[in-house]
Design a protein around this ligand. Structure first.
Ligand code: 5AD
Ligand code: SF4
Length: 465
């Protein structure tokens, strides 16, 4: 073993979206050949990576307070610990990080992860900070090693990055750069490897995943619908999802795919942000509330059991009480299975941050609470509507209590079941027909239907009724 590959411990802390979770795993993959293996605490680590998120407020405060704690841990190692800041805060505030925290060794943006080994070498060879926040011309995916085995039966696969939509409030186009789609062949090959390694469900990821337009093996540009059809054909794959989408990119073929691909789960996260056309215009969303309702109607037309999730922002600059009521109205019309909602927070450098008519904190708080209360009621009602239904559950491993297995419903609800004489761990990766015995605000309790092993009929036994 060369000195380079001597065993070392790597601790990665991740904030933010699934994309960051995926990126953290890829950073660990890229460092494995240098001898880095994961550890659970930063104190005993030879290298610490903080993978940051810049989407909402307090991102940099959180980062600097974490760095303050790590500084002591680094000093305790005689300064040998390599400290890296990655992700979108690194991309947006690289210079401030190096100035305020000179003990940070590496600052790298999301497009530079494939360069980590070289950066670690530079940081450990010479004293001084190494910073990489360009958007390099080469494709990082071409330079990353093959994915390591998925952690459980659910695997994530990034197929698209970046965004060209420039919503008024959002930092993503600045931190992740412009839209880029990986070639379909590379994605399909990676999906095949994940399934061969035990994945039963794959979630395709992208900031604007349904804007996917990768080059197909035939040289033509493939949309997401076509890619989903191809991946759904991989033997052994039971379930397919994709996130996060934009209403503008729900094209005809993608909507049709929801009706045609049984493995494509009947659940879609489709952020709408507001129910007011005035606010949607100010947000530069490029669609109206009725465009969104029409998409939902078409999706439910082809897949009647489809459930929806969304994102909402309370108090975008210029939002009036009427606009807020329009958002509540849209929520009532659609009926969401779950959703995320946020108080508008000005992100430096975005158009909305400098806009007039900022809404007061107190007003944003009240509007957010009203949105969240309605969404909470809808989520509970949706869970209750599953009571007595039978459908497939993908089990992921042991539940919180002994003798209990945890899994996911087709609608992404957390599910738990008593396993009787079977070990809960042994159920991981199995798709079993179950019946809902009780519904809770955030989860379902199910009974495994004996002798019924599923994967054959689609999950819609009664749910579509
Ligand atoms: N303020 C509040 N919420 C935001 N989001 C993005 N930027 C902001 C912001 N400046 C929310 C949007 C987006 C989700 C990922 O985060 O709802 O869909
Ligand atoms: Fe941000 Fe809008 Fe792009 Fe989504 S579509 S990443 S909210 S700019």
């Amino acid at each position: 073993m060369t000195d380079n590959a001597a065993p070392k411990r790597l601790f990665v802390k991740t904030w933010g979206c699934q994309m960051n979770v995926y990126d953290s795993a890829r950073m660990a993959d890229v460092l494995a050949p240098l001898g880095y293996a994961p550890t659970q605490t930063p104190e005993d680590a030879d290298m610490v990576i903080l993978n940051t998120c810049h989407i909402r407020e307090k991102a940099s405060e959180k980062l600097f307070s974490e760095l303050g704690r790590l500084r002591a841990a680094k000093e305790a190692t005689g300064g040998r610990m390599v400290l890296a800041v990655a992700g979108c805060v690194a991309q947006a505030e690289g210079a401030e990080i190096t100035a305020r925290a000179p003990y940070v060794d590496i600052v790298l943006g999301p497009q530079s992860y494939h360069r980590l080994p070289e950066m670690v070498a530079r940081a450990t060879r010479a004293a001084g900070q190494v910073i990489e926040t360009d958007f390099p011309a080469e494709d990082k995916f071409d330079h990353l090693p093959e994915v390591s085995a998925p952690q459980g039966p659910i695997a994530f696969l990034t197929i698209q990055e970046g965004c060209d939509k420039f919503c008024s409030f959002c930092v993503v186009p600045y931190t992740r750069g412009s839209e880029y789609s990986r070639p379909a062949a590379a994605v399909i090959a990676e999906a095949g490897r994940l399934v061969a390694q035990g994945a039963r469900e794959i979630a395709l990821l992208g900031q604007n995943v349904n804007a996917y337009h990768g080059e197909g093996p035939d040289g033509a540009s493939w949309g997401l619908g076509r890619l989903l059809r191809e991946i759904a054909g991989i033997e052994g794959l039971a379930r397919l999802r994709y996130t996060t989408s934009h209403p503008r990119d729900m094209d005809d073929d993608l909507i049709a795919a929801h009706g045609e691909i049984p493995a494509l789960m009947p659940f879609l996260h489709l952020p709408v942000q507001s129910g007011s056309d005035r606010v949607l215009k100010a947000m530069n969303r490029g669609h109206t509330a009725s465009d969104f309702l029409r998409i939902v109607e078409r999706l439910r037309g082809v897949r009647p059991d489809l459930a929806l999730s969304s994102d909402f922002i309370a108090g975008h600059p210029g939002e009036t009480e009427d606009d807020h009521q329009a958002t509540l109205h849209l929520i009532e019309r659609v009926g969401f299975a779950q959703a995320f909602s946020f108080k508008y927070s000005p992100r430096p450098g975005t158009p909305a941050a400098g806009a007039p008519l900022q809404v007061t904190e107190a007003e944003k708080d009240r509007r957010l609470q009203e949105i969240q209360e309605l969404l909470r009621q809808q989520q509970h009602a949706f869970n209750r509507s599953r009571l007595g239904l039978r459908f497939d559950v993908l089990f992921t491993g042991p539940g919180r209590h002994p003798g209990q297995a945890a899994g996911r419903s087709p609608w992404l609800q957390p599910v738990h079941a008593a396993t009787g004489t079977q070990s809960p761990a042994a159920l991981a990766g199995q798709v079993l027909a179950c019946e809902v015995v009780s519904a809770h605000p955030n989860s379902l309790a199910v009974r495994i239907l004996d002798g019924k092993r599923s994967g054959d009929p689609p999950e819609q036994e009664k749910a579509a009724a």
